[in-house]
Ligand binder design. Structure first.
Ligand SMILES: *Cc1c(COP(=O)(O)O)cnc(C)c1O
Length: 403
C-alpha cells in the first residue's frame, strides 16, 4: 500500500512514528472539564492556570500562552525591539520556525555554527564573533539560542558573552522543556524564552506555545499584541499592529494535564535512549548525541551519527531501510545556512552542522514507543551492519595493508 509519506513499505507491521502525541484519559478529562465550564473561547481560567504552572516549571515569573511556538518567537522578537534592517544572530541547527519570524519583521538572520560538544550554538565562536562585531560597531539586536533535541545550549558561557556586549537573548526552548544545565531549566535563560506544544513535542495541546519571562509588563504586552493590540476603548481602537496569537482555553486544559505528566514523559524518552544506546552501542561507527557533564537532556529525540566506513552503510541507507519497515526516522535538521530560502545570509563558522546533517539520524523517540517497536528499529541496524560486515572488514584490511 502507498503510504501517505510516499515511501515504499515492504511490511504490513504498524507504523512506528518519530515522536507522536502521548495523550489519554487525563487529557480527555481536562478537555471535557474546560468544555463543561463554559469557557470555550477564547480565553479563560485554564489559560491563566496553564501560564502560571508552566512559568513556575521553568522558573520564570510569568508566561503568555500562544497558539504556536512560532507565534511565541515572533512576539518575543517584537518585544525585544527587532525591526527592519536589524541583524538577528541565531543557531543554524534548528527548525525553520526559529528564523521565519526574523524575516517577517524585516530583519536579517545571521547563522552561527554548532559545537560538537552539545550540538548547540558554539560559545567560543560566539565570543569571537561578538568581539569582532563590537569592534566594527555592528552588534546584533538579538541572539536567538536554540536548545536542540531536548538539550540545553552552553548557557553559562553564552549568557556571559552576551552580557559583556549588551546583546539581548531570546531562547528557543521549543524542543527542550524539562532539560537543564547547571541546575537551571530550559526556558529560564535570556530575556525571554519560547516553548512549543506542537503535536511532536514532549508535551502537546495539539498546537500551542508560550512566551515566558520575568518582566510582567513585557509578558502583559505579549498578551496584548497576541490579541490584535486593541486599545482600551468601547469601540475597536487600534494604534499598533497586533496578531491573533492567543491559545484557546480548551487546549490550555489539555496542556495543563500534559504538564502534570511531564516528568513521566521525560523518563519514558530517556528510557528509549538508554535502550537504544545499550543495544546499538556495541556496533561500530555509531555515536549518540553527547550529554556533557552538567547537562541533563530530556532525549526528546534519540539522535545518532553514522560513520559509514566503520558501520558499513551510511545514514541514508539506514533511513531507507527503516522506512521499508514502516518506521519513521529522519535526518538531523538541515541547517538553515543550507536552506535555499535563506541563501545569501551570512554564516559564521563552518563544518560542524554540515557534518551533523550529513551523518545524523533521529530515531523513533515517542513516550508511547513500545519495547517491541524499539526492537524493530534495532533489528534493522543489526541486519544492515551484518550484511555490510564483509565489506567493512575488507576495507579495514586494505587500509591496514597500506600502513
Ligand atoms: C517546533 C519548533 C518550533 C515551532 O513551534 P510550533 O509550536 O510548531 O510553532 C520552533 N523552534 C524549534 C526549534 C522547534 O522544534
Amino acid at each position: 500500500m502507498e503510504s501517505p509519506f510516499g515511501m515504499d513499505c515492504t511490511t504490513t507491521a504498524a507504523r512506528v512514528y518519530l515522536s507522536p502525541p502521548d495523550v489519554g484519559a487525563a487529557e480527555r478529562d481536562a478537555l471535557a472539564s474546560a468544555f463543561d465550564s463554559g469557557w470555550i473561547a477564547p480565553l479563560g481560567p485554564q489559560v491563566d492556570a496553564f501560564e502560571e504552572a508552566l512559568a513556575a516549571r521553568v522558573q520564570r515569573r510569568c508566561g503568555a500562552a500562544t497558539n504556536s511556538g512560532t507565534a511565541a518567537l515572533h512576539l518575543g522578537l517584537r518585544l525585544l525591539g527587532v525591526g527592519p534592517g536589524d541583524a538577528v544572530w541565531l543557531s543554524t541547527l534548528t527548525f525553520v520556525a526559529s528564523v521565519s519570524p526574523v524575516r517577517w519583521l524585516g530583519a536579517e538572520p545571521v547563522f552561527l555554527d554548532s559545537e560538537a560538544r552539545t550540538w548547540n550554538l558554539d560559545p567560543e565562536l560566539l565570543e569571537q564573533a561578538l568581539a569582532e562585531a563590537a569592534a566594527r560597531g555592528r552588534l546584533p539586536k538579538v541572539l536567538i539560542v536554540v536548545d536542540i533535541y531536548g538539550q540545553c545550549a552552553d548557557w553559562p558561557r553564552i549568557t556571559a558573552a552576551c552580557e559583556r556586549y549588551g546583546v539581548a537573548i531570546l531562547e528557543d526552548a521549543a524542543e527542550a522543556l524539562g532539560a537543564r544545565v547547571g541546575g537551571r531549566p530550559a526556558g529560564s535563560f535570556g530575556a525571554l524564552s519560547a516553548v512549543s506544544f506542537n503535536g511532536n513535542k514532549i508535551i502537546t495541546c495539539s498546537g500551542g506555545g508560550m512566551l515566558v519571562g520575568d518582566d510582567p509588563e513585557l509578558i502583559e504586552r505579549a498578551r496584548w499584541l497576541a490579541s490584535q493590540a486593541r486599545e482600551p476603548a468601547p469601540h475597536y481602537q487600534h494604534e499598533q499592529l497586533g496578531y491573533n496569537y492567543r491559545l484557546s482555553n480548551l487546549l490550555a486544559g489539555v496542556g495543563l494535564a500534559q504538564l502534570g505528566r511531564l516528568d513521566a514523559l521525560i523518563a519514558a524518552r530517556r528510557a528509549n535512549y538508554a535502550h537504544y544506546a545499550e543495544a546499538l552501542g556495541a556496533l561500530p561507527g555509531l555515536q549518540f548525541m553527547p550529554e556533557p557533564e552538567g547537562f541533563a537532556s530530556t532525549r526528546w529525540l534519540s539522535v545518532l551519527l553514522v560513520d559509514p566506513d566503520r558501520f558499513g552503510v551510511d545514514r541514508e541507507a539506514l533511513r531507507v531501510a527503516l522506512a521499508a519497515e514502516n518506521i519513521e526516522a529522519r535526518p538531523v535538521w538541515k541547517p538553515m545556512h543550507l536552506q535555499p530560502v535563506f541563501a545569501g545570509c551570512r554564516m559564521i563558522g563552518a563544518g560542524v552542522t554540515d557534518d551533523l546533517f550529513a551523518r545524523g539520524l533521529c530515531l523513533p523517540s515517542g513516550s508511547t514507543l513500545r519495547a517491541e517497536d524499539r526492537e524493530r528499529v534495532i533489528a534493522v541496524f543489526r541486519e544492515l551492519h551484518r550484511r555490510a560486515r564483509p565489506q567493512v572488514a575488507m576495507a579495514a584490511a586494505a587500509a591496514g595493508g597500506l600502513r
